[in-house]
Design a binder for this molecule. Sequence first.
Ligand code: PAF
Length: 288
Amino acid sequence: MEIISDIKEMQKRSYGLREKGHRIGFVPTMGFLHRGHSSLMEKAREENDALVVSIFVNPTQFGPGEDYEAYPRDVEKDQALCQKVGTDLLFSPSPSGMYPSGFGTAVSVSGITEGLCGASRPGHFDGVCTVVAKLLNIVCPHRAYFGLKDYQQFQVVRRMARDLDIDTEIVGLPTVREPDGLAMSSRNAYLTPGERKAALTLFQALQWARKMVEGGILEAGTIEERVREMILSTNGASIDYVSVVDAEELSPVKIIRDRALLALAVRLGKARLIDNIILEAGNRQSNG
Ligand code: PAF
């Protein structure tokens, strides 16, 4: 595995791989890698000739007062994991390389960025889209892999790639969970043992919502209300949002007709955790 921090060098290597006809799979990350990331890397390894992973804690996607400085970092452990899954090139640029003085461009996707995390983290998706657009231009991958725990991010990046004719297939892969159901996240590192137990409320609430739909409850408002009550009954948990939205457009829905997304953002101590589930009206059990 080679570690590259220079942007031009990374671009040159990608062009070289493409000239040889190699297909490039790319996993962009902010480091502090876990099994969620390694599942993306393994798939990218399997489906492509070359695997490029980036590690860059992107300052522009953190709002004022958010956890940019505190965001967990462990370079050695990350490098070992990248090596283990067979990464060819690890791209690790510096903030000043990515955002030189005078940097003045932002990529902004409208519509699907307005609700959910876009509403509670203003500017977040502009930061994500700008850095992902830059990374795709630098790495020039045939495919880029994203985890569906960040479902809105996946849809936003896919929309950006489509709108800007970026010639990369944006692939979304299922959320990887701890044995008890908690979605893997670098931010789980913030949880105290008590909060870690309480964090299970997100997964339990999603499972409960699925059961409601199976039992014939299809009104989004009822599901949201019951899920909110369940989360608020958990010690120390406060709600950022609980929303049932259209699974593609991420706009609010009143009744689940086909597929909808139930997305949650919950605060527990220093951590803001997100999770989601697809609810399918077709899975509703007939009562005869
Ligand atoms: O999901 C992440 O880790 C980040 O948002 C990403 C896609 C690497 C952009 O900084």
